[in-house]
Design a protein around this ligand. Structure first.
Ligand SMILES: Cc1ncc(COP(=O)(O)O)c(C=O)c1O
Length: 432
């Protein structure tokens, strides 16, 4: 499918620091790890922090020459972009959840309600466990396998727990999933159904994340998808950018609005757009990236508005629990991307989140979870405050399914009337 230009001198096919021999092409066209802070490079392996400065690592590639036709001939899931991910060429043949290629809907009704001319919704609730997390987990699972890790794990605000538990079950791996004990009941059940090893921790997500880091340091062979295999995991979000561009007919939208928790999704959507232009798969056109947070957990929005580069941690208090990360790992990079592209980061109250869920449902028939409510409400606010151009082509991301957060709208919606089964009773409602 693609012309591999893997540089084997970089150590990607040699033994990792863990002493394991990686198979040839284990990470496809990925070349090495590179520090996002100081730029130092490191061989591919089970590493996530820079040896020089402890900064976060990300994947660098020897980019292949690849055509649109080659991509279009691939499977109708994220593996059609295999050549641009840190996964082997035979990835599609190993048991996985095959996420991706979710619908991109032209949202004319929502556009009219918001006074926007050219609006699309990328609806990622259609993934196997109903959120975009299936994308990142599929890539992390491949890395965990290739690195010879034996336990598949994560700290999660809910959706990741669903995705890891399901993917681990399908892969036949031992899976242990950690969540804050006060998570939405549906997210607890939709994780527990796949695994007996769901651990509820008394604390918020940041406490759970600290515990996961400690366990990763103590236990041999545990792959915490968003901790110690994070560089691989995060790359899965690039597929959102690839799909949007491909579904638009191989071009970049002018504006995107993306929910922010850790911020990894937003920064990787930017990376995905940049790669497509660099590879000549789309014309290089300017785009603006906007971030969306709930006011009850808005450390990145606060930093953006105050003009600071430092993202100060907060204690989350919002109904948007999937976005409730008080100390976001990618926060500073979200500031970089949004400022560099001319976008912004905004936040909305819990009431606005509920309004956003209802607005999307009643205009486009899409039932979003609270993260989607945050994103739609933020889009509205960005238009109303003149921060986003209502005439420019805009893609807004719905990243999770409303059936997981029913409580958020339970006291707002219900039957218009409860009547006896008679025509007279019906006409009395005034709905005829
Ligand atoms: C539904 C949903 N959308 C968006 C996000 C934000 O993702 P990120 O942590 O990459 O910013 C999350 C994170 O858990 C999520 O569950």
């Amino acid at each position: 499918m693609s012309t591999s230009v893997l540089d084997t001198s970089t150590g990607s096919t040699g033994p990792s620091a863990a002493g394991r021999h990686l198979r040839d092409g284990a990470f496809g066209n990925a070349r090495n790890l590179v520090c996002r802070e100081c730029g130092a490079t490191q061989e591919l392996g089970p590493f996530y922090a820079c040896q020089e400065c402890f900064g976060p690592l990300e994947i660098a590639y020897d980019y292949p020459s690849i055509t649109r036709a080659e991509i279009e001939a691939g499977p109708k899931n994220i593996w059609r972009y295999q050549a641009l991910l840190p996964v082997p060429t035979d990835i599609a043949s190993s048991p996985n959840m095959e996420p991706g290629f979710t619908r991109l809907l032209k949202a004319d009704n929502l556009g009219r309600a918001l006074g926007m001319k050219n609006l699309w919704v990328k609806d990622d609730s259609g993934n196997p466990t109903h959120s975009f997390k299936d994308r990142v987990v599929a890539v992390a699972l491949s890395a965990a396998r290739e690195l010879g890790m034996t336990v598949f794990a994560c700290p999660s605000t809910g959706n990741l727990a669903n995705a890891v538990a399901a993917a681990g079950a399908r892969a036949g791996m031992k899976t242990v999933v950690f969540i804050p004990a006060d998570l939405e009941r549906a997210k607890v059940l939709t994780s527990a159904v796949y695994t007996d090893s769901l651990v509820a921790v008394n604390g918020n997500y940041d406490d759970v994340n600290r515990l996961a880091s400690e366990i990763a340091g103590e236990e041999e062979g545990w792959a915490f998808v968003n901790v110690n295999v994070r560089p691989y995991y995060a790359e899965g979000s690039k597929t959102l950018a690839y799909e949007v561009a491909e579904q638009l007919g191989w071009r970049l939208p002018q504006q995107v609005v993306v929910p922010v928790a850790s911020g990894a999704q937003l920064t990787k959507i930017d990376k995905g757009f940049t790669e497509l232009a660099r590879l000549g798969l789309v014309e290089e056109t300017p785009y603006k990236v906007y971030g969306a947070q709930a006011t009850g957990c808005s450390p990145v929005s606060a930093a953006f508005k105050s003009g600071h580069d430092v993202v100060r941690p907060v204690r989350p208090d919002t109904i948007a629990k999937s976005l409730a990360i008080g100390n976001p790992a990618d926060g500073p990079y979200v500031l970089d991307v949004t400022r560099r592209t001319g976008g912004a980061v905004e936040d909305v109250t819990d009431e606005e989140v509920r309004d956003g869920i209802q607005l999307l449902a009643r205009t486009e028939g899409i039932f979003a979870e609270t993260a989607g409510g945050v994103t739609i409400a933020t889009l509205k606010k960005l238009v109303e405050t003149g921060q986003l151009d209502p005439d420019a082509e805009t893609v807004v991301f719905n990243t999770g399914d409303g059936l997981k957060t029913l409580d958020a709208i339970a006291d707002r919606v219900g039957p218009a009337a409860t009547i006896d089964p008679s025509y007279a009773a019906f006409t009395a409602t005034g709905l005829a």
